[in-house]
Design a protein around this ligand. Structure first.
Ligand code: DAH
Length: 341
């Protein structure tokens, strides 16, 4: 009997961590109504009187050992579930946060600005919601002038001087001349709006950069030189320019500027439609009417202006075939410009 108790004690001592179900089974087996300890207490009655003392002592020892073991096993179990519930490993590397890239339009805008900065142009900005005066009237587009049809306008209000979304950044020329006396040398990037059907080549929202230079004795040769320097920086040293006569109400004479096709090198390909030339901007000498409308004396000062679409410059630089890519924000497209930053 003593031996049996010793065996049970050993068994208790050897027990390791258990699950809840197993602990309960252990409790029933030892301390339950029909458990080992209860049965041994029943047998205690038949023990010889001289053995009672030793046997009683062992029996109590067994009971206490079983009770203590159950408590110990429960504590271990509790501790390990707590640990599992809030188990964070502080040494694990974190989830990498994907970095974005700059948008090709932003990259191109910054590049254009930085080239003109080097030529002494400073940044000027104006509002996207403008009035008729700054977008048309002061730029020598009188009311009913047919050239207004070149830019299909979103009007916000009607009346004597309607409020509208600017159709070009040339409005910033007017705002600058109102604020600043010559010499003026500014570069004006911004968003413009036109009521056009969205296609691969047109959008109702796009971006332009306007340039304006006014001083004494500014000539067409200065305009040509500034543009030549710009295109060489932007498209490469071997790029040539060609100027075709054109018409804008705010410049006289007016020109449209082409660059030699940077894809076929001027031989003719499907991008330049076999001509060897790609159109990049409008430009001209500021019309005397525009100078005087903003309080600058055209007898004393002259100047040139130019305007280009940023989407178009970016398309030519990176051979983007469809304007809509710029607005769809597909990261696979945006990533392609990562190395151009
Ligand atoms: N504002 C013209 C447009 O949106 C572009 C332009 C042409 C701007 C000639 C100029 C310029 O400053 O001189 O089509």
């Amino acid at each position: 009997m003593i031996e049996k108790i010793a065996g049970l004690l050993q068994e208790i001592e050897d027990l390791k961590a258990m699950r809840e179900q197993e602990i309960e089974e252990f409790r029933v087996r030892f301390l339950g109504k029909k458990g080992e300890v209860t049965r041994l207490f029943e047998e205690f009655r038949n023990v010889l009187p001289e053995e009672k003392k030793e046997f009683g002592k062992k029996l109590n020892e067994l009971k206490n050992a079983a009770t203590a073991k159950i408590e110990e096993l429960r504590a271990i179990l509790e501790e390990s579930t707590e640990a599992a519930e809030c188990s964070f490993d502080l040494t694990k590397p974190g989830d990498a946060c994907e970095l974005g890239t700059r948008h090709p339009i932003s990259i191109t805008r910054e590049e254009i600005i930085s080239i003109f900065n080097k030529l002494g142009y400073t940044l000027a900005e104006g509002p996207e919601i403008e009035d008729d005066h700054h977008v048309f009237e002061a730029l020598n587009f009188p009311a009913d002038h047919p050239a207004r049809d070149m830019q299909d306008t979103f009007f916000i209000s009607s009346g004597a001087n309607p409020i509208l979304l600017r159709t070009h950044t040339s409005s910033v020329q007017v705002r600058t001349m109102e604020r600043q006396k010559p010499p003026v040398r500014v570069i004006c990037p911004g968003r413009v709006f036109r009521n056009e059907a969205i296609s691969a080549r047109a959008h109702c929202i796009f971006h332009q950069v306007e340039g304006l230079y006014i001083d004494k004795n500014v000539s067409f040769a200065d305009l040509k030189q500034a543009i030549l320097l710009f295109v060489k920086e932007m498209f490469g040293e071997n790029t040539q320019i060609r100027m075709r006569p054109s018409y804008f109400p705010f410049t006289e004479p007016s020109t449209e500027v082409d660059i030699s096709c940077n894809i076929c090198g001027g031989k003719g390909c499907n991008i330049c439609k076999g001509t060897g030339w790609l159109e990049i901007m409008g430009a001209g000498m500021v019309d005397p009417n525009v100078l005087s409308a903003s309080g600058i004396d055209p007898k004393e000062y002259s100047g040139f202006a130019f305007g280009m679409g940023i989407e178009r410059i970016a398309m030519l630089k990176w051979q983007v075939r469809d304007l809509r890519h710029y607005f769809e924000n597909d990261v696979r497209f945006l990533r392609e410009f990562e190395t151009s930053m």
